[in-house]
Design a protein around this ligand. Structure first.
Ligand code: NOJ
Length: 569
């Protein structure tokens, strides 16, 4: 990609809003569109180009809106369509774009399509979802009679028995989120119609929820395959049957043809793809194949997990380098990366990859941000990340709201695990860490609501909040502003080649970016020990400082969590 010819999103930064937790405007304790409208200047001030809005559609909220019961409306809890139109207009007026969340692997069980499908085997929409009889030779409802042995992402089996018909339906996530059957062309047509309707309304693209799960590996006779057994469980890992299934590229190409072809190139699509490999991502994001612009991959957020989200282990920096380096190289000539530490499904980055102790919180948050944003790819900032928001000190299970956390707790209790151990892991990994309200100021509800927040505000908001940081040039917020501006102004940041340096070093993360003879060196000390930069990378010592996260005390030494971007000749 050449400057001037590269798509606009190569030099763009996306900001994710999780609407429940962003800003409440009506005092019900839940964030809403009115709240987002009132805070748009925060985004403008930050300099981001795109707002990705997590789901605001009508929903029973079993999974906070990722269980949609009407694709073409707004949940009254969040506001109304007129406000969504206003949001589009207000963003466009400020030169920003709106990315909607597209959740079409599954609907809510309360979606009229599923209600109809569930009405009986003869329903015209029966085949819109995955209905299957009990395993051959076993009575429905008997343990192990589920059509396959797959374990759900949200604990338990992926199959729920419908007593009325004696058949099971598939749900890769919660039982309230039945999977749509993309094999059925009517399903695809209905989804494409809906997507065009949103584009015609003025939205600028979609973030596609678990989009690499829409194609299931189904035998010609309709049979679905068991997966390898999971250790210590009666269930198995079905992922080979639903991650990047046999028709995934066909479906995405069809979607592109039906929805995006012929529309302006101001649109953006990003596919969330758990388990996607670099090789697959090249195919998904090769512009010549017309599938999606970029994908969210999960490799780097799996490096500190021992096979399961509930078995966290320490991260080794060289594994992170190997992973990011592999992705940078794999998508260097074809395709495009998206870059993220945080989102509504991950614990807070400063607590997970940084150091949220009072001494190092600001420095590690800004160091991590520098490291990520200087890679090649489109950075995503999750609300509050730009303030250095940290994990929440959950006291007990009653403090949690997330269906994934609650289901896991129930399953772990049933399996005889010690409550204290389960809570310790939840405290570290629960998605609720990311979902506490944005900390706007030091007032009792952090300026988020005048009512009672649906999830408690982090007590540290008295110190860590937007108001306190706004005028402070040394704040995390100011650093994000500078990083975002750098991507806009420096073609080498957006498009330069990437070379990893010191790949085996355990504390320093270093790389270079190079475009047409312009070279930036990025050096980050990912830890508490000062590092002898002069010995390790002498070229860095004479470099011209383009951006750093602290005053340079000694050019030859990297202070704890210090990050520098240097121009070298
Ligand atoms: C991924 C979303 O990011 C997550 O929040 C959700 O629970 C699942 N997909 C199911 O939609």
């Amino acid at each position: 990609m050449r400057p001037g010819k590269a798509p606009w999103w190569t030099s763009a930064v996306v900001y994710q809003v999780y609407p429940r937790s962003f800003q409440d405007s009506d005092g019900d304790g839940i964030g809403d569109l009115g709240g987002i409208l009132a805070r748009l200047d925060h985004l403008l001030d930050l300099g981001v180009d795109v707002l990705w809005l997590s789901p605001v559609y009508p929903s029973p909220q079993a999974d906070n809106g990722y269980d949609i019961s009407d694709y073409q409306g707004i949940d009254p809890m969040f506001g109304c369509l007129a406000q969504l139109d206003e949001l589009i207009a207000e963003l466009h007026r400020r030169g920003m774009r709106l990315l909607m969340d597209l959740v079409v692997n599954h609907t809510s069980a309360e979606h009229p399509w599923f209600v109809e499908s569930r009405s009986g085997p003869d329903s015209p929409k029966r085949d819109w979802y995955w209905w299957r009889p009990a395993r051959a030779g076993m009575p429905a409802g008997h343990p192990g009679a589920e059509p396959t042995n797959w374990q759900s992402f949200f604990s338990g089996s992926t199959w729920e028995l419908d007593e009325a018909s004696g058949e099971y339906y598939l749900h890769l996530f919660d039982r309230s989120q039945p999977d749509l059957n993309w094999e059925n062309p009517q399903v695809r047509t209905a989804i494409y119609d809906m997507m065009r309707w949103w584009l015609d309304r003025g939205v600028d693209g979609f973030r596609m929820d678990v989009i690499n799960m829409i194609s299931k590996d189904v035998a010609p006779d309709g049979h679905l395959h068991d997966g390898p057994p999971l250790a210590g469980s009666a269930l198995g890992d079905g992922s080979a049957s639903y991650l990047c299934g046999p028709r995934i590229h066909e479906f995405l190409q069809e979607m592109h043809r039906e929805v995006f072809a012929g529309r302006p190139d101001t649109l953006l699509t990003v596919g969330e793809m758990p388990g996607v490999t670099v090789e697959q991502a090249r195919l998904f994001t090769d512009p010549a194949r017309a599938e999606v612009d970029m994908v969210f991959q999960f490799e780097h957020v799996s490096l500190d997990l021992d096979g399961s989200k509930w078995r966290p282990v320490p991260l080794r920096l060289r594994d992170l380098k190997a992973s990011f380096g592999h992705w940078q190289a794999g998508l260097a000539d074809v395709g495009w990366n998206s870059l993220y530490w945080d989102n509504h499904d991950q614990p807070r980055a400063v607590s997970r990859f940084g150091d949220d102790s009072p001494q190092f919180r600001r420095d590690s948050a800004t160091c991590l941000a520098t490291l990520l944003h200087l890679h090649r790819g489109t950075p995503y900032v999750y609300q509050g990340e730009e303030l250095g928001m940290a994990n929440f000190p959950f006291a007990g299970i009653d403090d949690f709201r997330d269906v994934e956390s609650l289901n896991h707790f129930t399953a772990a209790m049933a399996a005889g695990q010690a409550p204290a151990d389960v809570l310790a892991v939840l405290r570290r990994m629960s998605r609720d860490n990311a979902r506490t309200p944005v900390q706007w100021d030091a007032s009792p509800s952090a300026g988020f609501t005048t009512g009672t927040p649906w999830l408690a505000v982090n007590p540290d908001h008295v110190t860590w909040n937007a108001e306190a940081q706004r005028g402070d040039p040394s704040s995390v917020l100011a650093h994000y502003r500078r990083l975002i501006a750098l991507r806009h102004t420096e073609p080498v940041v957006a498009l330069g080649d990437f070379t990893m340096l010191l790949p085996a070093h355990e504390e320093i993360y270093a790389f270079s970016r190079c475009l047409d003879g312009d070279t930036l060196l990025v050096v980050c000390n990912v830890g508490r020990t000062p590092q002898p930069l002069g010995e390790l990378l002498p070229a860095a010592v004479d470099g011209e400082l383009v951006l750093g996260n602290m005053a340079v005390a000694d050019p030859a030494v990297l202070a704890p969590w210090e990050a520098r971007v240097l121009r070298v000749r």
